[in-house]
Design a protein around this ligand. Structure first.
Ligand SMILES: NC(=O)c1ccc[n+]([C@@H]2O[C@H](COP(=O)([O-])OP(=O)(O)OC[C@H]3O[C@@H](n4cnc5c(N)ncnc54)[C@H](O)[C@@H]3O)[C@@H](O)[C@H]2O)c1
Length: 353
């Protein structure tokens, strides 16, 4: 059997992680790269050895050689490009967030189901080894019933500017950009309970703090601090139908002493931390134990996580595995993210049917 031919759409920052991982996978031929910015696509094609360059993704869809695509574009374009891809007979790996509205998410799910093609959402932290190690412990019931989770991702200074801070293209700020990772990985480890209600707040108090000097931070490929129409900070209490709850706090800017990431779960038999590093908390013979697994990486390893995600996608396309992050999970996560924005806007708790 020939190699799986891949096209990557969107040749900005995160495409590097996809391209590098495809090149390392011997079942793959990296075939085409597409970007609105032709020079950017050409540069990446040269660097990673892709044969073809496209500016218009519709033309890439008409190329019958391509079996599967990675979508690494602005959030507001994910659903339309993914729909075009599955309708053209191509499997899809779409970056997070899957899309920016529940309506678009449901339409995409329908298109995927009708096409018979595979769609994997780029919830990369699900594929990280620390997550999979803990998942195995949870499946063996080491934590008992998980009833509480905490998802924190605080940047004190880290609004990337450009399209990230233009709500029309991003769909939102830190919640949809970085909050999605910590909320999703917890929801996955909790066994994907159905969301019952959300009470949340978003704040726009500090802006992007472009005045700050002497402290560097992550910036988009096309950095521009002038437009900023996204929240600085969001917090939420999510209730699930099984009685479990999750507390969320995320920011692009906040008067915090330092950046913070925390991904923590609490169950009847034990607790666990995925970030800042893997730990399992339990009780034995009337004594509390903090267990540190002896593994290669206790924390999220970016390179390893992307390689695992891409390898899993390739095997899914080849029919050798089932994806860990299917379209229906993308729909549920879109409901949660949009629910957080809706509750904050209405200033009250919202309920799901
Ligand atoms: N999984 C992760 O950890 C992670 C990290 C960073 C970004 N992301 C996601 O990846 C996506 C891209 O983010 P980025 O940081 O690479 O942004 P970026 O601005 O660096 O790159 C985006 C690229 O997409 C191109 N583009 C936009 N619309 C297009 C279209 N219709 N057709 C072709 N090209 C188009 C732009 O020209 C740009 O080159 C976003 O959805 C983001 O949320 C995921």
């Amino acid at each position: 059997m020939g190699k799986l031919k891949i096209g990557v759409i969107g040749a900005g920052s995160i495409s590097e992680a996809h391209l590098g991982a495809y090149v390392n996978n011997e079942k793959v031929e990296l075939y085409a790269i597409c970007d609105l910015n032709e020079q950017r696509a050409k540069d990446k094609a040269e660097k990673f050895g892709a044969k073809k360059v496209y500016v218009d993704y519709n033309e890439l869809m008409n190329d019958p050689e391509i079996d599967a695509v990675s979508i690494c574009t602005w959030n507001n374009t994910h659903a339309e490009i993914a729909t075009a891809a599955v309708n053209s007979g191509k499997h899809v790996l779409v970056e997070k967030p899957m899309t920016t509205s529940v309506e678009k998410a449901l339409k995409l799910e329908e298109a995927v189901n009708n096409s018979g093609k595979k769609l994997q959402v780029g919830f990369v932290r699900r594929y990280a080894s620390n997550t999979q190690i803990l998942k195995n412990f949870i499946e063996k019931d080491e934590l008992g019933d998980i009833y509480f989770a905490k998802a924190t991702c605080i940047r004190r200074l880290g609004n990337p500017g450009g399209w990230f801070s233009d709500v029309e293209r991003s769909g939102g700020g830190p919640l949809i950009d970085i909050g999605v990772h910590v909320i999703d990985v917890l929801w996955y480890l909790m066994g994907r309970p159905k969301v019952k209600s959300i009470s949340s707040n978003t704040y726009n108090k500090l802006g992007n703090r472009k005045n700050i000097k002497n402290l560097s931070f992550y910036q988009a490929a096309d950095y521009d601090p002038e437009k900023n129409t996204v929240e600085d900070m969001a917090n939420a209490m999510i209730r699930f139908e099984n009685g479990a709850s999750m507390l969320v706090d995320v920011s692009f800017t906040l008067h915090a002493k330092k950046d913070e990431i925390a991904v923590k779960l609490y169950g009847t038999k034990g607790g666990a931390e995925v970030e800042p590093e893997l730990a399992i908390i339990t009780e034995k013979h009337d004594t509390i134990l903090n267990v540190t697994p002896q593994v290669d990486s206790l924390t999220f390893d970016f390179i390893d996580g992307f390689q695992n995600e891409i390898n899993h996608f390739v095997d899914t396309c080849l029919g050798e595995k089932e994806t860990f992050s299917p379209v229906q999970d993308g729909v549920e996560m879109t409901k949660i993210l949009c629910g957080i924005y809706e509750s904050a806007e209405k200033g009250k708790e919202i309920y799901f049917e």
